[in-house]
Design a protein around this ligand. Sequence first.
Ligand code: HEM
Length: 282
Amino acid sequence: MAQSTVQEPHLAFDADRAAEAAGQTGATPYERYARLDVLHTLQQPRSEVDAELSFIITTQVMELLFDLLRHDWTLAARALRADDPEGARGALRRAALTQDVLNGSWDLLATLTPTEFSAFRPVLGEASGFQSSAYLRLEFMLGNKSGRLLAMYADAPRVRQELTEALHGATLYDEVLGLLARRGLLAAAPAPAPERYRAQDAVREAWRTVYTEPAHADLFALGEALLDTAERVTRWRQRHYASVKRTMGEKPGTGGSSGLAWLKAAAEQDVFPELWTVRGEL
Ligand code: HEM
């Protein structure tokens, strides 16, 4: 029975190891630099199902890559603010390679069978990737803001504060539109708003000009880099959807959503919408 496999973490907290980590003793310079002493204590399956380890490690790898993406998208936003679309493209290119690794990470779960997943699923309780603040932070950067979701972090004031600032701050796409405005392609830069970005005709028109007038070659290249980003975001959502379909079919999610139907709707939402719709006019 799946329930009988639920246990306390079998890699219990190791006081000696933690003291060693804190004191930075007994480790090679490499271990100290990469904090491997701490890192390797963090994989703690809660069941005896072998497959749970790959689930935990995949989750942790993806969380780290979310942080790296945030770092490079922040650099891209900063370059845009400084009227440096080429610098932004460099940061987006690095980020796109990170996105490729992120998307490829789904392969780590490809062998997870529905019986294995069902056997350790009870240990997740109500835990769901839906509660990932690092992922939500990325969604906000892309313009998919939702203040309603901050209620999840009522007991995590630091996270909540950071997300509240992001909710009210400029997104990566706001910075792009600011640049288009300074180039005279939009009447005004849109003010940051604490809600999901909605496609605008004036923005689609601005991209049409960028894609048809040779004078805007640098912005054309930026548009393509943004689309590379957007397509990879969609690919992550589609691979997530496929993994969920394979491992648990149409069961409801641990985070309380309908599961597959909810994930499908998310995968169908385009990031940077006018960059997609303008293609039908070119
Ligand atoms: C096969 C394993 C997995 C299953 C069955 C699964 C299932 C689900 C489901 C059903 C949801 C919808 C919310 C809910 O009701 O829980 C969800 C959301 C989410 N999951 Fe997973 N998940 C899996 C692996 C992962 C991994 C490895 C990550 C990496 C961090 C992840 C991150 C997320 C995120 C970020 C969301 C929110 C998506 C959004 O807001 O659009 N999931 N997951």
